[in-house]
Design a protein around this ligand. Sequence first.
Ligand SMILES: Cc1cc2nc3c(=O)[nH]c(=O)nc-3n(C[C@H](O)[C@H](O)[C@H](O)COP(=O)(O)O)c2cc1C
Length: 163
Amino acid sequence: MRVLIAYSSKYGSTRGIAQAIAEQLGTHAVSADVASVTETTGVADYDAVIVGSAIYMAQWMPEAREFLEKSAAELADRQVWVFSSGLSDTPSKDTNSGGNRGIRSFVPEGTEHRHFTGALDMDNLNIAERAVIAAARGKYGDHRDFDAIRAWADSIAEKLRAD
Ligand SMILES: Cc1cc2nc3c(=O)[nH]c(=O)nc-3n(C[C@H](O)[C@H](O)[C@H](O)COP(=O)(O)O)c2cc1C
């Protein structure tokens, strides 16, 4: 069983979520390769694929969407999970609609899409980004819930084992 966790992350917090998922899968004796969507050679060598992206301006990062789009035919034959990371905790409604509706056509029907709260360090941001965060009243800090992330990885390991 080969598992790929492909992520897209501008400031590293989504990469941290991908790594935490891989570590937790490891506790179930499931080994996973973690790679950015721009570095991985693709999904051909894998039985199961987990793809995650940070959300910016209500959208998945373009390279993550492109990765899903170009992999769509291969993903149709594989077990697939997707996750988003963002500060909004209402990803399925109006906010972050691109993170949900925008990628649905590229993944097999019924694919589980999990949203995790992310992290934001003001020091990383330029003035324009800080203005966006101020307007949205975004909260700086690391809001990642690693218990929830590990629990999700546990559920994935269980499904992989069942199959
Ligand atoms: C300019 C900007 C726009 C953002 N837009 C959204 C958004 O629309 N929805 C959301 O949930 N989070 C938004 N965020 C928060 C990021 O998704 C969050 O900080 C994420 O954890 C960053 O992931 P990364 O460290 O992997 O890049 C935004 C952050 C910035 C700086």
